[in-house]
Design a protein around this ligand. Sequence first.
Ligand code: TMP
Length: 227
Amino acid sequence: MSDIDEESDIDEVQHDAPAGRFITFEGGEGVGKSTQAGILANRLARAGHSVFTTREPGGSPLAEEIREALLTGRVSDMGPFAEAILFSVARQDHVDRSIRGALMEGAWVVCDRFMDSTRAYQGAAGGVPRPAINALERLTIGGVLPDLTVILDLPVEVGLARASERAGDAAPDRFEAQDVALHQRVRRAFLDIAEEEPHRCIVIDARQPEAVIAEDIWEAVEARLGP
Ligand code: TMP
C-alpha cells in the first residue's frame, strides 16, 4: 500500500466534455437513496429529459459480478484496500460501458452511489489513506465527475434500523454488518465531503417525510442544473 501512499503523479485520463447531466445519490445505510433516486428519475423524465438510472456497485455486467463478491464479503479478508480497488475496477467498467456514453448522448444520469462511497466506506471507515483513494479515483473515473451529489443524512441508528426492517429475514451484507462506530465514520465522511465540495454537494435531512425530501431534491436540481 505504501507505494501509492504519496500523492500520485498519474494524470487523469481526459475525455470529451459530456453533454448530459450526472447526478449521484450518497449516504449511509437505510437513508432512502434508491427511493429518492427513483422519484427524481421519474420527475426528470416527466419534464421531458432522457434519463438513465443506474447504481453502484454494479451498473454493468462485470460490475454486477464484482458487486456480488464485495457484498457477500467473499473478498473482505483481503482488507479495505483490496476492496477499494475492486469497487474502483467495477466503477471504471460502469463509467466506460454505461455512464460516459449516456452522458455523451445527452441523458440525465441518476446513479445510486458513486465515488464518494469509496471515500467514505473504504477511506474514512476502512482506513485506506486519502492519497490512495484519490489516485484510484483519478485512474478510474476519467474526469466523469458528478454535476450534483445529493447526500441524504440520517442518524446512524435510524438508518440501520430502517435497513434491517427493509431486509426482513435476509442477513445484513458485508458493509451493513459493520459496527455502529464505523457507520458513524461513514456518516461524518459524507458530511465532510459536502463541506469540502459545496458547489457539487447538497446535504438533505433524511428524517423528513419522503415527499418533502423529494421536493428539496427537485429544488436543488432546478437551482443548480436547471436552464
Ligand atoms: P447499497 O446499500 O446502496 O446497495 O450499497 C451496497 C453497499 O456497498 C453499501 O453498504 C456501501 C458499500 N459500498 C462501499 O463500501 N464502497 C463503494 O464504493 C460503494 C459504491 C458501495
